[in-house]
Design a protein around this ligand. Structure first.
Ligand SMILES: Cc1cc2nc3c(=O)[nH]c(=O)nc-3n(C[C@H](O)[C@H](O)[C@H](O)COP(=O)(O)OP(=O)(O)OC[C@H]3O[C@@H](n4cnc5c(N)ncnc54)[C@H](O)[C@@H]3O)c2cc1C
Length: 495
């Protein structure tokens, strides 16, 4: 982190870090905001930073969005969600007389695209937002190296976390218990109302509207699965997000603290997809729930998830570049998984069987069907689901890979730090501790069907996803309804 004369005095210098040797905005024709993770105009510190520098320099702000034609295991489902959200961003930019330029680029070309845009528009400074995934780090490093050749600074702003990831902690945290006190200390300093983005006052050529159909049509069909459906469960864009959030505040927040782990009670916020694509920032949600002045338990639980847990995921990916492989696990977990990697597995499934929900377990199948049909699995079931992938694959490395693959292909909120950490927690004990040693799992925390039964009515959940039970029977399993009947017969006998 360093301060720069580019920023006005009231911009918090700890929100950004400088990625170039060059540290001061040059005379230029504009300031360029390279939008990546934080795909919104309002409540976006990167946008505000770029606008602020532009104002200091007396030049307009321009925004470039390199639309990557593939990204990890993202399918057409998430790309559609992203592009529709960006349509709203484009409208919001134009309303502020800010040019918004979408440049279709393969992942290999993203850095070049940004550098070229900076040159073409004679940017005196470039601002990027922050995503701790490897490919974003590589893109930023490449852009910084290129900008240094012409003495143009690149400022990177953490606009996704309430407490910037590099401020919250200077190292990989052990878990929520070690990050929480650090965040709590800094939280009120950073949880502030946002300024409004000022319109460009200069005459700006806004260019033609983006042809979004053409942009979506440019996806790399070799890498992006175009056959995945796009359910209407989550309506893209900030406006829809805020409407869904209002519904959460009005109807669900009061039950959130006690019931968020019951998959039959839909009381989670469902904000994951919008947060993932930065269509809303969690800081806005935190500010709004605090303003309500009621449901204090619900508010506290929501902030714990959205600030402490979410920022813990960013912390992990920021400080551990092996977040997506077993190498990223703690020593105890790696050793234990290795020791048990050759244990006999009672069941094993192929990737296709998992994808098609063809296991012997009706609950697992129902969760997978929910993911495929609705684009998001209930948070509690995500844990059970990923742990069973560990139990029913031939190696932990395979389980990690397939868990990430299925999450990223089908979940609207996949392909992000929370996804890697969620699967990592389940499969390789990230942020967890060693538990009683058992087959296959070693010391990784175990979850089972009976445990779920104690928490919620499995039969009720499974019956919402019809093929789940049939698939389980076909795979030789028992189903919730039979288990229920057996249990009550047993009870009768013992009376
Ligand atoms: C195997 C597995 C995979 C997961 N994959 C993802 C993923 O791809 N994307 C994703 O955002 N989350 C993921 N999670 C974390 C969590 O399950 C989801 O964030 C949550 O269920 C999203 O639903 P919601 O928005 O209704 O959550 P709410 O309970 O309403 O929480 C609000 C927000 O807080 C954050 N949050 C909530 N729980 C967690 C958590 N445990 N860890 C980190 N942040 C949290 C999310 O940003 C969430 O949107 C995963 C967890 C597991 C176990």
């Amino acid at each position: 982190m360093s301060s720069s004369k580019a920023f006005s005095a009231d911009f918090d210098s700890t929100r950004y870090r400088l990625l170039t040797e060059a540290s001061e905005a040059k005379d230029g024709d504009c300031v360029l905001y390279w939008m990546g993770r934080d795909q919104r105009v309002e409540d976006n510190y990167a946008m505000l930073a770029a606008r602020g520098i532009a104002k200091e320099q007396n030049v307009p702000l321009k925004v470039v969005f390199p639309f990557y034609t593939s990204f990890n295991d993202m399918s057409v489902r998430q790309f559609t969600f992203m592009s529709k959200g960006l349509e709203e961003v484009e409208r919001d930019c134009r309303a502020l007389n800010i040019p918004f330029m979408v440049k279709v680029s393969s992942p290999d070309q993203v850095a070049e695209t940004v550098s070229e845009a900076a040159k073409e528009h004679k940017a005196g400074a470039v601002v990027s937002d922050h995503m701790p995934l490897k490919i974003f780090k590589e893109w930023n490093a490449a852009v910084a190296a290129d900008l240094d050749k012409s003495d143009v600074p690149l400022f990177q702003v953490d606009a996704a976390n309430v407490v910037p990831v590099w401020v919250a902690s200077d190292k990989q945290e052990v878990g929520a218990r070690t990050l929480r006190p650090k965040i709590n200390k800094l939280y009120s300093r950073y949880l502030k109302e946002f300024d409004k983005v000022e319109a460009n006052t200069e005459k700006c050529d806004l260019g033609p509207l983006t042809n979004w159909k053409e942009v979506l049509g440019s996806l790399d069909a070799k890498k992006v699965d175009l056959s995945v459906s796009v359910p209407s469960t989550f309506v893209p864009g900030r406006t829809a997000a805020m409407a869904a959030f209002q519904d959460f505040c009005d109807n669900k927040l009061k039950k959130y603290a006690d019931n968020r782990n019951d998959p039959n009670l839909d009381v989670q916020s469902g904000m994951g997809p919008w947060i993932r694509f930065g269509q809303v920032g969690f800081q806005r949600l935190a500010l709004n729930v605090k303003k309500l002045g009621k449901y204090s338990d619900g508010v506290a639980a929501f902030i714990e998830e959205g600030v402490v847990r979410r920022e813990l995921s960013d912390n992990f990916c920021f400080y551990n570049s092996n977040y997506d492989t077993l190498t990223g696990a703690a020593g105890w977990a790696r050793e234990s998984l290795q020791l048990h990697s050759t244990d006999a597995r009672e069941y094993t499934y192929t990737k296709e069987e998992f994808e098609k929900a063809l296991t012997h377990d009706d609950l697992w199948n129902a969760a997978q069907i929910q993911l495929v049909n609705e684009g998001k699995m209930h948070g509690f079931l995500r844990m059970y689901w990923a742990k069973k992938i560990l139990e029913w694959t031939t190696s932990p490395a395979q389980a990690l890979e397939w868990g990430v693959y299925l999450n990223d292909k089908f979940s609207f909120d996949g392909s992000c730090p929370n996804g890697y950490v969620g699967v990592g927690w389940s499969v390789m004990g990230v942020h967890d501790m060693g538990w009683k040693e058992r087959d296959v799992f070693g010391k990784i925390r175990f979850m089972n069907y009976n445990g779920c039964k104690r928490k919620f009515d499995i039969f009720n959940f499974v019956s919402k996803y019809e093929p789940a039970a049939g698939n389980a029977l076909a795979a030789g399993g028992e189903i919730a309804v039979e288990k229920k009947a057996k249990k009550s017969a047993k009870k009768q006998k013992t009376k």
